[in-house]
Ligand binder design. Structure first.
Ligand SMILES: Cc1cc2nc3c(=O)[nH]c(=O)nc-3n(C[C@H](O)[C@H](O)[C@H](O)COP(=O)(O)O)c2cc1C
Length: 198
């Protein structure tokens, strides 16, 4: 027997609301499949690059999602050169894929960065206390140990909060009765919502 269809199956605004609700849950719940996202940027040589990050914040009303990284990282350099960014997530149990794209803003010394750093737990702060920039070729894996006894604020200099203003959100729901694919596009100012052939 087919699984019961969700209430938003044939409903564009409902599908969008479900997408944001899942992202909000993902940011809050470490065990949720959307707690991590794949982030794609444009490499300095023009080739695509992609990696996993933890989803730290979602503001549906402003269409903003946030993650944190090291300002010395490759992705930070790439985003400084070209803020275009794409995010991907898949929820296997819900059978929902989200593809988001937009523009990134980099926050080092502003209130966004300060609030994000204040909410960052000691375990995560330690990642930013590494003296060598991420991606540096190291003679030993122990070169990446956080500097001991450096104090909790020592990583603040390397900390970067990245906010993404979402301009497009693509929603794909896999169902035996027929997949549903929808596009929500704010790039023209107002929201343009449409079904797409899956
Ligand atoms: C589950 C998981 C979560 C991760 N979360 C983050 C994160 O929140 N921020 C981050 O900068 N890197 C995170 N990483 C590491 C990145 O995937 C990547 O390896 C690293 O940031 C270097 O990327 P870059 O060289 O493209 O900048 C995570 C990796 C995994 C596997």
């Amino acid at each position: 027997m087919n699984a019961p269809l969700p209430p938003w199956y044939d409903d564009l605004p409902g599908s969008l609301a479900e997408a944001w609700a899942l992202l909000v849950r993902g940011a809050a719940d470490r065990r949720h499949p959307f707690h991590t996202l794949q982030v794609a940027t444009i490499g300095l040589d023009g080739a695509p690059t992609v990696r996993t990050v933890v989803l730290r914040g979602v503001e549906p009303a402003r269409r903003v999602v946030r993650f944190h990284t090291d300002r010395r990282s490759r992705k930070a350099r790439e985003l400084a050169a070209d803020p275009r960014i794409a995010l991907h997530a898949y929820h296997p149990a819900a059978k929902i894929q989200l593809r988001l794209s937009g523009r990134a803003a980099l926050h080092r010394d502003d209130p966004v960065a300060a609030a994000a750093w204040a909410a960052t737990r000691p375990f995560s702060r330690a990642c930013y206390r590494v003296a060598l920039p991420p991606g540096t070729v190291a003679e030993s894996p122990y070169a990446a140990l956080a500097e001991a006894g450096a104090g909790d604020e020592a990583g603040r200099e390397a900390f970067l909060a990245v906010t993404v203003s979402v301009e497009r959100l693509e929603f794909l729901f896999l169902a035996a009765r027929g997949h549903r694919r929808a596009l929500f596009d704010w790039s023209g100012g107002a929201l343009a919502a449409s079904w797409l052939v899956p």
